[in-house]
Design a protein. Sequence first.
Length: 330
Amino acid sequence: MFKFFTQKKWKLWSWLGSFVILSSLWVQVKIDVEINEWFGVFYDMIQKALAKPNAITIEEYWTNLASFITLAGIYIALYVVISFFTAHFLFRWRTAMVEWYHSVYDRARKIEGASQRVQEDTIKFTRIMESLGTSFIESVMVLIQFTPILLGLSVGIPIFFFGDWQYGLITGALLWTLGGTAFLIGLGWILRLVGVEYDLQKKEAAYRKILVVAEDDNNVRPKTINELFDDVRSIHFLSYIRYLYFNVGRMAYLQANVLSAYVFLAPAIVAGVVTLGVMQQIIRAFGRVEGSMQYLLKAWPTIIELASVYKRLREFENVINSTKSTDVKI
C-alpha cells in the first residue's frame, strides 16, 4: 500500500508532491489567520458605524470589503490549483499500488474479491489517506497558528467557570473536545462500526463475484444469487441501525458545539467588556482551535471506512505473499 513512498520510480512524485501539498496547507492557514484579523477590524468598524451616523466614510467601508476579497481570491486560487495537483498525486499513488497487484495477479486472481480489492479499494484507500492526512496536518497547523491568538485575545476577559484565568478558553475547548471525542469513540466501539463496515464489504464482494460468474455461466442458480443478496440486505440493515445510534450521539454533540464559545464568553458579553469585533475574533479563533482538537471526532466515520479498507487490503496482500498457486479465499 505504501510502495509509492519507497520505490525509486515514484519518489519525486511522492515526496516532492507531499511537500507541495503540505506547503499549500500552511499558506492557507496563514491566510485564514489574516482573515480572522480582518473580521475583528471589520466588525469593530460596523459597531462604530451603527453607534453614530457617518462615523465612518463609504471609502473606508469599501476598502475593508476589498481587502477581504483580495484574501479570499488568493485562498480560492490556491485551493483550486492544489486540488488539481492533488488529484494527479492520488492517481500516481493508486498507480504504484495497482502496478504491483498487476505483477502478481496470477496469484491474486485466485483470491475471492480480487477485482474489488484492486479496482475499488485502491481508489478508496488513496482518497481517504489523502483526506485524513491533509486534514490532520491542517489541524496541527491551525493549532500552532490560532492558539497564541486565542490566548492573546482572552487576556483580561472573564470566562464562564474559569473566571479571569488566561488559559480558560483553551482549557474549556480542550475539555469539551476530549469529552466529546471520548464519548463518540466509545460509542463507535460499543456499536462495533469498524467490524460492520468490514463485514458489509465482504458480503458485497461475494455477491458481486457471483453476478460476474453468472454473466458467463448459465448453470449458476438464481437461488444462490438471492441467498447472497439476502446476506447483503441483512448486513446493510444492521449497519443502518448501528449508524442510527451513532449519529444520534454525534449530531447531538455537534449541535451543542455551536453554542460552546458563547457559553464560555457569556460573562464577558453580559459585562460588555469586549467589542463586537473582538468577540467575532475570539469566537472564530475558538472555533478553529476547537475544530482542530475535534479532528478525531469529525473524521470518525472516515476513519472507520479507512480501517475497513486497510484491513481488506492488508489481508489481500498477506494472502498474495503467502501463496503461489493454491486456491484461497479471504
